[in-house]
Design a protein around this ligand. Structure first.
Ligand SMILES: [Cu+2]
Length: 231
C-alpha cells in the first residue's frame, strides 16, 4: 500500500467543549517479562480551545529499568475484556500513512494520528518520574463518529522495540453528565454559588469546649459565605 496514501492529516474542529477522555493503565502489565509492577499512568484528553484539536495531559511512572525510550500511541480498537494489548491492532492512522519512515515531529500532520510519542516526545529511560507532558494535537478528535475520534479506542505503552507493555481504553465524560464538575456562569453578577447551611460540616457536640467551637463556627460561617460571594 502506498505511503501517505491519503495525504496529511487535517485539523479537527467542532470538538465539544468540556468533553474529556481518560485512559488509565491497569494494575497488571500485559507484558509478562520482569517488571517491578506495571507502569502506572494515564492519558487525559479534552477538547481544544474553540473546539480545535485536542489537549492532552499524560503522566507515567514506575517505568521499566531497561528498554527505553518508551513510546505510546492511540491504537485503533479497544482492549478486550481479557486485557490483550495485541487485540488493539495498529495505530490510529486514518490517512494510511503507515509505520515507515518514522514520524518527523516537525511535520506532525504527516505522522500517524495515533503516534503521540512520535509527534510530542518519547519517554527517555532515565527520565525523572513521573514523566509528564502536555501537548495539543490538532489531528485527533472528540467528535463521535469521525475517523479521528478516539473516545472508543485505546492506547498502548511500549518498549522502544515496540513490544507492548500495557494498554488501556479511553472512557469519555460528556459535558454536564454525572461525574463532571459543574460549571457556573462566569463574570460578576452571575448565579454564583453561596454556601447553604447544610454545606457546613456537622460538628458533634461532646462538651463545653465543643459547644464553644460550634459557636465560633456559626459566627464565622456568615463571614465565609460573604467572602465566597465576592469571588
Ligand atoms: Cu503503539
Amino acid at each position: 500500500m502506498a505511503k501517505w496514501q491519503l495525504g496529511d492529516a487535517t485539523v479537527t474542529t467542532g470538538n465539544p467543549a468540556g468533553k474529556v477522555a481518560v485512559a488509565t493503565l491497569p494494575e497488571e502489565a500485559f507484558w509478562k517479562g520482569a517488571l517491578d509492577g506495571n507502569v502506572k499512568g494515564s492519558i487525559s484528553a479534552t477538547s481544544g480551545a474553540n473546539g480545535v484539536g485536542v489537549d492532552y495531559e499524560v503522566s507515567f511512572s514506575n517505568l521499566p529499568k531497561e528498554g527505553g525510550p518508551f513510546i505510546y500511541h492511540i491504537h485503533v480498537t479497544p482492549v478486550p475484556e481479557n486485557g490483550n494489548c495485541t487485540a488493539t491492532q495498529a495505530h490510529l492512522d486514518q490517512y494510511i500513512r503507515g509505520e515507515d519512515p518514522a514520524c518527523d515531529p516537525t511535520r506532525p500532520q504527516a505522522c500517524q494520528q495515533g503516534d503521540l510519542s512520535g509527534k510530542y516526545g518519547k519517554i527517555s529511560g532515565n527520565t525523572t518520574e513521573p514523566f509528564t507532558a502536555k501537548f495539543s494535537d490538532p489531528y485527533t478528535s472528540l467528535v463521535e463518529g469521525e475517523g479521528a475520534y478516539f473516545g472508543n479506542r485505546s492506547f498502548v505503552f511500549h518498549f522502544a522495540n515496540k513490544t507492548r507493555i500495557s494498554c488501556a481504553n479511553f472512557a469519555v465524560t460528556n459535558p454536564g453528565s454525572n461525574g463532571t464538575t459543574p460549571t457556573y456562569p462566569s463574570g460578576s453578577g452571575g448565579a454564583k454559588t453561596s454556601p447553604t447551611p447544610s454545606a457546613y460540616p456537622s460538628i458533634p457536640v461532646t462538651g463545653a469546649g465543643a459547644a464553644l467551637e460550634v459557636l465560633k463556627t456559626l459566627a464565622f460561617a456568615p463571614v465565609v459565605a460573604g467572602f465566597l460571594a465576592m469571588l
